[in-house]
Structure formats: structure tokens, C-alpha cells
Design a protein around this ligand. Structure first.
Ligand SMILES: Nc1ncnc2c1ncn2[C@@H]1O[C@H](COP(=O)(O)OP(=O)(O)OP(=O)(O)O)[C@@H](O)[C@H]1O
Length: 281
């Protein structure tokens, strides 16, 4: 499948195998997917279908048996050590669990400043950027001196999002980032994701069980089943099979018809979010 714009991320025939090589369990089986700059690609599918494995493989955290991952044209499939750490500037992640993902012994200010000071920024510049980020994710300014256990689940997820944004990434893998939150908090965090995308132009791979959330935030969606990406189309149209309300099968009512339609949808979507086609604002 191909997007009209040059892909930021391109996953080609990716196979991830757990267990003995060439004889293990294929958690991903020849998956191909592309995400263009500024886009939000939803990944949905039943439990165990391979959604998180896809995200983990992109982050270099899953055993790749076959296939390729390109980021901005660079082959990152087997990147390790320093080059992999350097890539963390461009590809970040927000996980589901807002309780487990923050170091409880560090203040929010230190959690957010660490990636900047490690990258060589002065303490003063880091402090200023952290203050701006706290403001950007709508947390009170005094959050800087407080510890993670002083915050609610929704607030912690805002901190995790701020941490993902610290180094101005071009892509964030969001792995069920709202599913541990109550409905009201979930809606506010989704609004934040949308707002931040509008402001920064960051692209998202948004892994979720929740079709409502995916319809709201995503542009395209891919449906996974038993390690394969079985359908791909317009996120507005993703729905469960109507005649089998308990079925886990997902149907895309309107797959993308042709490149011209695809191009128009992309332009409309970017316009709605106040982004241009060429680069971040
Ligand atoms: N480290 C691992 N070792 C062995 N098998 C694994 C490992 N991680 C995942 N799997 C298996 O790979 C398959 C895909 O798992 P994955 O977590 O990607 O699914 P998922 O679609 O994200 O599920 P969920 O929606 O429940 O989070 C599952 O059968 C899982 O048991």
C-alpha cells in the first residue's frame, strides 16, 4: 500500500518471529505499512493480533526475521547502539501505563530535562524548554518540582506525552495511550494529541482497541489479524461487522479508491489540522 506523499516511515514485508529462528511463532507476518509526515495512522485489531509488536519492532525492540523498516529513507531495521539511541530523537513512544512509565524517584522537571542535558543542552536552556513543555501539555507550572506519585493517571499521561515531545520527534508510536484512563480523561488526552499534532506537525502511529478514538484522531487505519495487516483504509469508516455484533472482525466500509481521492483526503485532513503538505509549521 502506498500513501501519496513521500513516506516518513515505511515498513516493508516485516516478519517478527519469537522463539527458534525460522521455526518460531510469527507475531508479524510480512506486514507492510507507510506513514507520511504529519499523518496519524491507526492500527487496530483483536488482542494478540500483533499491534504492539509492530510498534516495538519500529523501536528496535522485537526480533525481526525478515523485511525492512525505513525512516525518512534510511534503513533502520537493524540499528543498534549509538545510531539507535540517536534515532530516539526522531521516533518516540507513549505507552498505555501512565503509572509504570515514569521514574518515581525523579521530579517532573528532571524527567523532562534529562533527554536534553544528555543531548548536550545547557541546564538553563533545558529548564526553559521544560517550562514551555509543561505549559504545552496544560499542567500547572509548579509540576516541575513534584514527583509522579503526586499526579492522577491523566496528568501522568500528559507528562509522558511531554517527555515524548522533549526532543521534537517526527514520529510518536502511541501504544494504547488512553486505554487506562476513564472516558472523560481519555477525551481530554485525545484532544491534547490532536492539538500537539496541529502545533508541531508530529506524525503518530496510534495503536488502539477503541474504534471511536481511532475515528477521532486518525487519518488512515490498518487492521491487523493474526500477525497480518489484512485491511487498510479511511479511519472515518472503520467499524465492526454489522451483522455480527460480537465478532472481533473489523470492516472498512470504504477502502481508499484511487490516488486522486487519496490525495484530496490527505489535503483536506492536513487543512483541518492547519498543517501544510511540505513540513511542520
Ligand atoms: N516477547 C514475546 N515472546 C513471545 N511471544 C510474544 C512476545 N511478545 C508478544 N508475543 C506474542 O505475539 C503476539 C502478538 O502480541 P502483541 O502484544 O503484539 O498483540 P496486540 O495486538 O498488541 O495485543 P493486545 O491488544 O492484547 O495488546 C501474541 O500472541 C503474543 O503472545
Amino acid at each position: 500500500m502506498s500513501n501519496v506523499a513521500k513516506p516518513l516511515l515505511s515498513v516493508e514485508n516485516l516478519t517478527v518471529e519469537y522463539g527458534p529462528k525460522n521455526n518460531g511463532f510469527k507475531a508479524l507476518d510480512k506486514v507492510s505499512v507507510e506513514i507520511a509526515e504529519h499523518e496519524c495512522m491507526g492500527i487496530v485489531g483483536e488482542s494478540g493480533s500483533g499491534k504492539s509488536t509492530l510498534g516495538r519492532a519500529i523501536l528496535g525492540l522485537a526480533p525481526i526475521a525478515e523485511g525492512k523498516i525505513l525512516f525518512d529513507g534510511q534503513d533502520i531495521t537493524n540499528l543498534k547502539g549509538k545510531p539507535r539511541r540517536d534515532l530516539a530523537k526522531s521516533i518516540q513512544v507513549v505507552f498505555q501505563d501512565p503509572y509504570g512509565s515514569l521514574n518515581p524517584g525523579m521530579t517532573i522537571g528532571d524527567i523532562l530535562a534529562e533527554p536534553l542535558t544528555v543531548a548536550g543542552e545547557t541546564r538553563q536552556s533545558a529548564r526553559q524548554q521544560v517550562a514551555d513543555l509543561i505549559d504545552k501539555v496544560h499542567l500547572p507550572a509548579n509540576s516541575i518540582n513534584r514527583f509522579p506519585n503526586e499526579f492522577s493517571g491523566g496528568q501522568r499521561q500528559r507528562i509522558a506525552i511531554a517527555r515524548a515531545l522533549v526532543r521534537k520527534p517526527r514520529l510518536i508510536i502511541c501504544d494504547e495511550p488512553t486505554s487506562a484512563l476513564d472516558l472523560r480523561t481519555q477525551a481530554a488526552v485525545i484532544d491534547l494529541f490532536i492539538e500537539l499534532q496541529r502545533e508541531t506537525g508530529v506524525a503518530y502511529m496510534f495503536i488502539s482497541h477503541d474504534l471511536g478514538v481511532v475515528r477521532r484522531i486518525c487519518h488512515n487505519v490498518g487492521v491487523m489479524k493474526r500477525g497480518q495487516l489484512v485491511e487498510h483504509g479511511d479511519a472515518d469508516k472503520v467499524t465492526r461487522t454489522p451483522d455480527h455484533p460480537y465478532s472481533r472482525k473489523l470492516l472498512l466500509a470504504s477502502p481508499i479508491a484511487n490516488p486522486a481521492e487519496q490525495k484530496k483526503r490527505r489535503a483536506d485532513w492536513l487543512e483541518m489540522r492547519g498543517l501544510d503538505n511540505a513540513g511542520a509549521m
